[in-house]
Design a protein around this ligand. Structure first.
Ligand SMILES: Cc1ncc(COP(=O)(O)O)c(C=O)c1O
Length: 357
């Protein structure tokens, strides 16, 4: 039975390739692959078989962490925001999860824990991002409190970079991080994808790349291809109708595109209801039978239009790539004034996912 032709194709070999590239950049550091938000929208269950070379996993959702622990009794699983209650902390102990501790409230919960088990803590230092993390002047005190806890068997110091992808870089945060630790000599975890790409692992014990795993570069002037990364997701569809326009005809809601001369356009099964960004303006890149053309008019919930004037062989049934292989997702994200992370995590449930093997 034929069905609406849009699909998200997941390439596990691309992920394996990307893991190998991450490992090269990471040197002797161990790698937590960041697989929060259902593996950045790719489907954790779907991509798990491609992650066998990672040293551990980092997630946000405790359900995902427990799911991974059931699949994998050996490798570390880090909860990136730790636990939100005493009950969750008990679950972390039971499932042997590593936990980020970013607040004094979490330190108190660990102090109050009654368990014969213990876990590893990643003490998160606020080194300048001012999102989550312990204030610099409280870090040593929190560390000392954690060290005394029965429920804690190891403490690693970690931080997260705000500017690793831009010129400001990571130096200021590294200075703050070191200063916060004073004379403590702890194992560390700092790097995300952007800092790994810019400068490799900073002699830390654990790096935490996310977006690279999925084949996308977080840095505007460094393409994923130049790093050898391959896209793990390709959003594909087909042309489902053709329209012939006369000069002056307009396209789509609001008629934001007007044909300057006679032209042929294709209507693609794909719109913002599938996760294609409505903010992508006329002129955004898209592939028709592997050839780069431009979108025209506003993106609708279920369809968008492409200019076929220069590709006369394209017709109903022609293949479309909305992003992925042959069309880096970063390019579309740039046109749509967003980032690849947002596009990847917003593919709608109605889109069928298909996997390579
Ligand atoms: C704490 C933390 N570490 C690592 C990452 C991975 O970042 P990226 O996907 O940019 O490599 C994230 C992602 O947001 C994060 O929140």
């Amino acid at each position: 039975m034929l069905s609406r032709p849009i699909q998200a194709f997941i390439d596990r070999d691309a992920i394996r390739n990307n893991v190998a590239i991450i490992q090269k950049l990471s040197g002797s550091s161990k790698v937590f692959g960041v697989v929060k938000c259902d593996g950045y929208g790719h489907g954790l269950k779907r991509i798990y078989p491609a992650l066998s070379e990672l040293d551990g996993f980092a997630v946000l959702e405790i359900e995902a962490a427990c799911y991974l622990r059931n699949l994998d009794t050996r490798r570390p699983i880090l909860l990136l925001e730790g636990f939100f209650s005493a009950e969750e902390l008990n679950r972390c102990l039971e499932f042997q999860l590593d936990v980020v501790v970013h607040s004094e409230e979490q330190v108190e919960l660990i102090e109050a824990a009654e368990s014969s088990k213990s876990l590893r803590v990643f003490l998160k230092v606020n080194s300048g991002m001012n999102r989550l993390g312990i204030r610099s002047d409280l870090v040593v005190r929190c560390y000392n409190r954690l060290e005394r806890c029965e429920a804690v068997n190891f403490v690693t110091a970690m931080t997260h970079y705000a500017d690793a992808d831009v010129a400001r870089g990571v130096d200021r945060q590294n200075i703050n991080f070191s200063a916060s630790l004073g004379s403590l000599s702890l194992t560390t975890s700092k790097s995300n994808s952007a800092s790994l790409i810019r400068s490799g692992s900073k002699k830390e014990n654990w790096v935490r790349p996310g977006i690279m795993l999925y084949g996308s570069s977080p840095i505007a002037d460094v393409t994923a291809a130049s790093l050898g990364l391959k896209p793990a997701m390709t959003l594909k569809s087909k042309i489902i109708a053709i329209q012939h326009l006369k000069a002056g005809d307009r396209v789509g809601y609001g008629g934001t595109f007007t044909a300057k001369s006679d032209m042929r356009i294709g209507i693609v099964a794909g719109g913002y209801g599938d996760g294609y960004p409505r903010s992508a303006p006329s002129g955004s890149p898209i592939l028709v039978n592997g050839v780069r053309v431009e979108t025209v008019g506003r993106v609708s919930m279920d369809t968008l239009a492409v200019n076929l004037t220069g590709t006369p062989s394209a017709n109903v049934g022609s293949d479309i790539v909305l992003w992925g292989e042959g069309l880096p997702i970063e390019e579309l994200a740039h046109w749509a004034n967003t980032i690849s992370y947002e596009l990847l995590t917003r593919v709608n449930r109605r889109v069928p996912f298909v996997c390579s093997d």
